[in-house]
Design a protein around this ligand. Structure first.
Ligand SMILES: [Zn+2]
Ligand SMILES: [Zn+2]
Length: 369
């Protein structure tokens, strides 16, 4: 079937719907709409995608991961946009977005869309419900990551600029519609890192891993993966040359410098508030697999910070030794606090999993002058 500009115009005006443009050939197992090969979207497939991410990320971050996944689907619409441009239809980004959703809606992807606001830098769309808000209704939260990703992808593709879409209201959360607000905005390192600290993003969204090229980047910064036994390996090697206690001291010192340097890097990226700087470093190291933060307490009278961690890299690497082993972690925590608050501190491990305690507990105190 030959499809041209007048078909899309009739479709947009509502003079025609997609029915005449559906070609289904059960023998060949093909199904196309407007000449584009498509397929139905079974509920179980949508559910499986969300649940695959939920298993490792929890519900909120799973929605973000689905949003990122659907960028590429949205960006694929650049082909249709080019086709329309060539045939003399120069649609505004919001108009093109509405056309895409009209096509999707008539193919079974939820209710029709309504354009609420259409500016150069902000586009607001509303719909009674989406496909995923029905499938994931029992999540009782904004779940429409597919549509958010789609909207972002379409807008990035047709404008060549960065767009971020959030869902202000969601049918799955009990609201009477799903409302999508897309803003055109630059995505800086600072913006992404702050989203990680707030818990709105996970570092997995920003890991750019090219295994065949031998590179990994985390929000544009090069990183490397190291096996966890590097901690036992290095500690044992130092122990052989200088003895156990000095080895612990050297590790403490080295990791303290690393913690400080890390905070300096965040400062260069535009982060200034001491609390954000330290929370950022703790969040990044935790998400990179170094430990899980159980709690952080501040004793005003003693001017002492107590940090309780689960499965520190060192205690897991050493196993049960009957002694405290987390010198690197103690140094790292102290270095982060020193760098963030611009003070001199002493970090000490007072309980350790390797000694048989439930968790590793660290105190950070001001260093007496
Ligand atoms: Zn929704
Ligand atoms: Zn420990």
């Amino acid at each position: 079937m030959k499809i041209g500009r007048e078909d899309f115009e009739a479709f947009m005006k509502g003079e025609k719907n997609i029915t005449p443009y559906i070609e289904i050939d059960p023998e060949a197992g093909s199904y196309s709409v407007f000449g584009v090969k498509t397929a139905s979207n079974p509920n179980y497939l949508i559910k499986a995608i969300f649940e695959m991410y939920e298993a490792n990320l929890g519900k909120k971050l799973a929605v973000e991961a689905v949003c990122n996944l659907f960028h590429s689907v949205g960006m694929g619409s650049v082909g249709l946009n080019n086709f329309l441009k060539k045939s003399g239809m120069d649609l505004k980004p919001a108009e093109f977005l509405m056309l895409v959703f009209k096509l999707q809606h008539q193919q079974g992807w939820g209710a029709p869309f309504e354009l609420v606001e259409s500016g150069d830098k902000r586009i607001v769309l509303r719909t009674k419900h989406t496909f995923e808000s029905e499938v994931l209704h029992d999540w009782k939260m904004p779940v429409c990551g597919i549509h958010r990703g789609w909207i972002e992808g379409v807008l990035i593709a047709v404008t060549g600029k960065n767009w971020f879409c959030i869902e202000k209201m969601c049918h799955a959360q009990g609201d009477d519609c799903c409302e999508f607000v897309a803003d055109q905005r630059e995505s800086s390192w600072k913006w992404k890192a702050e989203a990680i600290v707030r818990g709105d993003s996970a570092i997995t969204e920003y890991i750019d891993h090219k295994p065949l090229a031998g590179t990994i980047r985390l929000i544009d910064d090069p990183v490397v993966m190291v096996p966890r036994f590097i901690f036992t390996s290095m500690a044992n090697s130092l122990k052989k040359t200088m003895g156990e206690l000095p080895a612990g001291g050297v590790n403490y010192r080295a990791y303290m410098d690393m913690g400080k340097e890390n905070v300096e890097h965040y400062k260069k990226m535009g982060i200034t508030k001491p609390n954000i700087l330290s929370d950022m470093a703790f969040a990044f190291y935790s998400q990179m697999g170094w430990f899980r933060i159980i709690k952080m307490e501040w004793d005003e009278e003693k001017k002492e910070k107590t940090i309780t961690l689960e499965h520190t890299a060192e205690s897991e690497s050493f196993g049960n030794t009957g002694k405290n082993v987390c010198y690197c972690t103690a140094g790292l925590l102290a270095g982060i606090v020193e760098g963030a608050f611009g003070i001199k501190v002493q970090g000490r491990e007072i309980k350790c999993r390797s000694k048989g305690d439930e968790h590793c507990v660290f105190t950070i105190t001001n260093k007496p002058a």
